[in-house]
Ligand binder design. Structure first.
Ligand code: GAL
Length: 703
């Protein structure tokens, strides 16, 4: 395999959307500052676990990988016990052989540090390293991810095994990427052992400086929780009441994310020291996120420390139209590093093995999923895993090479997908175009999740997905951003639920609207500051003036209540209502009945050169779409409800302005779209329009 010149990636500004056929000039997303594996095509491959198989199988693996077009594998992810069978004793022979075989076949290696799975000898030697839950349960081994992030013995052992690997393989020509650990924070993130509690106190000292500052931030005057010495502060373990002090718990979330990040950066820096020593500092280092299912990490902070964003995504079998959640996840991953190309590190060819009902993918679904990630900025699609395990906990999980072998539909689809990704190589480095952005913030999610909130139906992820879904169905591609990000390049900013909002973040939104932007804010946003203390004077305190309203009282609804709304259409609402008083805004929808009957439900406020919309309830999907349509009209965003919402349309644009239209038909009927150009997957050319047959994908280089 040939390698191409080093590609560098960095922060990219949002790119303007264009009509089909219209070229858009873009800032290159491949600015200085970050790195990407040196591959000649989009990455295609999987986690490869050869240690689960006799060596005779390895040659067949490599041969079949070539047949499938695999050009990258992640190796050694859980192999610590094989690499270091006893403390200080190493066996690299098997890894040398595997890497050698792969290299001879032109397959590049993403070598993992194996620290997500501490060996049995390690846990036996250092039993106190096992994590302790909030309830005081000490978790066992015989699995993976059994470690306390603060244990010095664990940290030292990670640095050691990482150093051994990096010293041996830093200059191996097969090496194109380093894969640190595996999915930090999933499934276990927090530890409540005494070592962790002491580390938490140190973290608090750094954050607050004085106990007075901590007592004020935590409102310890409430229930007489005042601290007079740092040693009195414990980890927020289970208490007699429903929950501990909410700010205490919020800080523990922040501390946990920071602690895990320290683990990552420590391993990364060990690797970097070795790659720098051998002149291979261009080889990127990253870790695989589990963006949507792992709430434990503030990934905006994490993303600054990785050379490229990499994510694992698995379809939520129980969700209707789960390809929309997939799209959200892909857009969020792309946004982690400002639009730079990212890598889908894991997804599945078929069913997983850890959901209650592991629904299998049907013919064509894997391809639609993979290409949807690529449409949304992934420069590769990888799977868990290469060959389906024969034994162990994940033997019912699908793989590129199923138990049945090559006489299977999945294998045929895997080979076909490899050829299709190879045909898309010119897309490498291009950027996904978006003129709308959704705010997403982990701190706010953590804060909202505390006990004693006005309704159990307040749900960060649910609101994110609800707003995203209506944008997706109207063919609006969105980026995601932290509330403090520069939003000036976007036409429309959507805030589905940012309960915790600092004054600085609110000022950022105010500046954005003043400058001519359009903002849509859903209920229970802008309620508290960084200490989870209310912004006083009427809700939503941080945003009242910007929204031109004041809310005196929240009116959470009983679970069986459905209210009626009147406006440009008649609609319904559930879960939440509010006493909204107009203070400059005008009403777009009213509550027709229920506890806020006759009061405004949705408002619009002209502010500076822009508009700020407020949605004080949970409207039914059609009404939410109508509200977003009206806001998009203010913003000048194309809101396409004419094209069927079974068709996913996304555009990538290269640095020199070539536009690519991805059209992914998730429905059962063919759809025609306006487009002139050539389909890179089939080589077909067309002028004016083309049909996207049911269940298929076209990637059109527009002319
Ligand atoms: C991922 C994990 C893999 C494998 C996979 C199964 O979260 O990184 O190692 O367990 O899930 O779906």
């Amino acid at each position: 395999m040939t390698v191409q010149a080093e590609r560098t990636a960095g922060s990219a500004a949002p790119v303007p959307a264009a009509e089909p056929g219209e070229a858009v000039a873009l800032p290159s997303p491949l600015a200085a500052g970050a790195r990407w594996p040196r591959l000649e095509a989009l990455a295609y491959g999987a986690d490869y676990n050869p240690e689960q198989w006799p060596q005779e199988v390895w040659a067949e693996d490599v041969e079949l990988m070539r047949e499938a077009g695999v050009n990258l594998v992640s190796l050694g992810i859980f192999a610590w016990a094989l690499i270091e069978p006893e403390q200080g004793v190493y066996d690299f022979g098997w890894l040398d052989r595997v890497i050698g075989l792969l290299h001879e076949a032109g397959i590049a290696v993403d070598l993992a540090t194996p620290t997500a799975s501490a060996p049995a000898w390690f846990l036996a030697a250092y039993p106190h390293v096992r994590p302790v839950t909030r309830d005081g349960v000490v978790l066992g081994g015989s699995s993976r991810q059994t470690y306390c992030p603060h244990a010095p013995e664990y940290r030292a052992a990670c640095a050691n095994v990482t150093g051994q690997l990096a010293a041996r393989y830093a200059d191996h020509p097969a090496m194109v990427m380093w894969h640190v650990h595996n999915e930090y924070g999933a499934p276990v993130s927090e530890c409540y052992c005494p070592v962790s509690a002491a580390a938490f106190r140190d973290w608090l000292r750094t954050r607050y400086g004085t106990l007075d500052a901590l007592n004020a931030a935590w409102t310890t005057a409430f229930w007489g929780q005042h601290y007079t010495a740092w040693e009195q502060i414990d980890a927020p373990r289970r208490t007699p009441m429903a929950d501990v002090n909410p700010t205490h718990r919020l800080d523990f979330h922040r501390f946990t994310s920071d602690s895990l990040l320290e683990l990552y950066t420590a391993e990364r820096d060990v690797i970097r020291a070795h790659t720098a020593r051998v002149g291979r500092a261009d080889v990127p280092v990253t870790t695989n996120f589990q963006l949507i299912n792992c709430k434990a990490l503030d990934l905006w902070t994490w993303a600054r420390e990785v050379d490229l964003a990499a994510n694992d995504h698995y379809l939520a079998a129980e969700l209707p139209d789960n390809h929309i959640e997939l799209a959200l996840c892909a857009d969020l991953t792309r946004s982690m590093r400002g639009g730079a190309p990212w890598l889908l590190m894991e997804h599945s060819t078929g069913a997983v093995s850890w959901q209650p009902r592991n629904v299998a993918k049907r013919p064509g679904e894997m391809r639609r999923n993979s290409l949807a990630h690529v449409a949304r900025g992934a420069d590769g699609a990888m799977f868990f895993q290469w060959r389906a395990s024969r034994g162990g906990g994940e033997k019912f999980h699908s793989a590129m090479l199923p138990h049945t072998g090559t006489e299977s539909r999945i294998w045929r689809e895997v080979v076909a997908l490899g050829a299709q990704l190879a045909a898309l190589r010119e897309l490498q480095g291009s950027a996904t175009a978006a003129d709308t952005v959704v705010l997403w913030d982990w701190e706010s999610w953590w804060a909202l999740g505390q006990a004693f909130r006005p309704s159990v139906d307040l749900d960060f992820k649910e609101r994110q997905l609800a707003y995203y879904e209506q944008l997706w169905r109207a063919h609006v591609t969105t980026d995601f951003a932290h509330p403090s990000a520069d939003l000036s390049a976007y036409k429309l900013v959507v805030v589905p639920q940012t309960y915790l909002m600092t004054t600085a973040w609110a000022d950022n939104l105010r500046r954005y609207v003043e400058g001519g932007g359009t903002l849509v804010v859903s209920y229970f946003s802008g309620i508290v500051d960084e200490d989870d203390s209310i912004h006083l004077g009427g809700y939503p305190g941080a945003l009242r003036d910007l929204l031109g309203i004041r809310v005196e009282e929240f009116l959470p609804l009983r679970s069986d209540w459905t209210l009626s709304l009147t406006g440009s259409t008649a609609g319904t609402a559930t879960v939440w209502a509010e006493d909204v008083e107009l203070r400059g805004a005008s009403a777009a929808f009213f509550y027709a009945d229920g506890p806020a009957a006759g009061k405004p439900a949705v408002t619009r406020h002209a502010y500076g050169a822009g508009h700020a919309w407020y949605v004080s309830t949970r409207p039914d999907p059609a009404t939410l779409r109508e509200i977003l349509r009206a806001a998009a009209a203010d913003a000048g965003v194309t809101f396409d409800t004419g094209t069927p919402d079974t068709l996913e349309t996304v555009r990538r644009v290269s640095a020199d302005g070539v536009s690519y239209l991805f059209a992914i038909n998730h429905g059962a009927t063919d759809v025609t779209v306006p487009a002139s150009g050539v389909d890179l997957l089939t080589g077909e050319s067309f002028t004016g329009s083309t049909s996207i047959p049911a269940g298929t994908v076209r990637v059109v280089r527009l002319s």
